[in-house]
Design a protein around this ligand. Structure first.
Ligand SMILES: NC(=O)c1ccc[n+]([C@@H]2O[C@H](COP(=O)([O-])OP(=O)(O)OC[C@H]3O[C@@H](n4cnc5c(N)ncnc54)[C@H](OP(=O)(O)O)[C@@H]3O)[C@@H](O)[C@H]2O)c1
Length: 271
């Protein structure tokens, strides 16, 4: 019998990571090893239930996946649960960055600790996990490693400088890893998509702010609506397939053209 294959999803208890976990279990038959720190316990339980209902195995581990120690410990647990050469898909879906200004007129500027934590969790940890997966011989033949990003490196949002800079670093990390892991048969890519509504976003935004956000995206996106986590998850499932194994080191634009109209919106607001 051929060996079972696994998806490793960092940030599997909420939003994008949660949707991807369920989708790749359902459509690709992958077992799921998920990590989260325990802030969304109900959602984590729901993901476990939904993956189990597909007949696949799921191991959810609570711990910090955004550090080098977390990556090493996570890989040890993964090896015990899944065995060597078992990871077909690795998705880095951690959202853990500081917002704030570098030189605000009032209030505290972003502190060096906040910058370091943001970079460690949102960029460096992608490398730490790639290193740990390789060191423990966990990657299956033709494994896919995927980072996630947004269009904010193209069109800036005033208080997200630290996160956006970390995303820029992540993009370069992805390209270098593609270069290093390509000869071993693996593929490393970055998936760029626009705003999707997640429980975390609903938690942070008031209903009025949510309505404003949705209206802004109706105007911005040529399709006249926001993207959904389910659409992102279905596309990630496609990226696991053999037909798309020529993608490597790519930043794949799944934004639906979210930034194309920005200048037009500013210059011709009434159109
Ligand atoms: N939402 C969007 O509009 C959007 C658009 C484009 C790209 N993205 C990207 O997609 C990724 C996921 O974003 P999301 O909005 O789906 O996030 P989310 O709903 O806030 O979920 C983040 C997940 O990561 C976990 N997490 C965060 N820090 C962690 C850590 N250090 N160790 C272990 N688990 C950790 C969270 O659980 P705990 O907090 O309990 O640990 C949760 O499961 C991010 O890279 C984001 O930049 C999001």
């Amino acid at each position: 019998m051929s060996q079972e294959q696994w998806a490793v999803i960092l940030g599997a208890s909420s939003g994008t990571g949660a949707s991807i976990a369920v989708e790749v279990a359902r459509t690709r038959g992958l077992n799921v090893f998920g990590m989260h720190r325990g802030r969304y316990l109900e959602q984590a339980a729901q993901v476990e239930q939904e993956v189990a209902s597909t007949g696949r195995r799921i191991v959810m581990h609570r711990g910090d996946a955004g550090t080098s120690e977390g990556a090493i410990q996570g890989a040890e647990l993964l090896l015990a649960a899944a065995g060597p050469r078992s990871v077909k898909l690795f998705v880095h879906s951690l959202a853990s960055g500081s917002v704030g200004l570098f030189v605000p007129e009032k209030g505290e500027p972003l502190h060096s600790r906040q910058l370091e934590r943001t970079f460690t969790a949102m960029a460096h940890s992608f490398i730490y996990w790639a290193q740990a997966l390789v060191a423990k011989d966990l990657l299956a033949p033709g494994a896919r490693l995927l980072g996630l990003t947004n269009p904010l490196t193209e069109s800036l949002l005033h208080n997200t400088g630290a996160i956006t800079a970390a995303k820029a670093a992540l993009e370069i990390y992805v390209r270098h890893l593609a270069l290093e892991l390509g000869p071993r048969g693996h593929r490393v890519n970055l998936l760029k998509f626009g705003t999707v509504v997640t429980p975390a976003i609903r938690h942070v935004y008031s209903p009025e702010a949510m309505a404003r956000l949705e209206e802004a995206h109706r105007q911005m996106n040529p399709s006249g609506r926001m993207c959904t986590v389910e659409e992102v998850a279905r596309f990630v499932s496609i990226l696991v397939g053999e037909d798309v194994d020529w993608f490597n080191g790519a930043t794949i634009d799944f934004t639906g053209g979210m930034t194309l109209r920005l200048l037009d919106l500013v210059l011709n607001p009434s159109r």
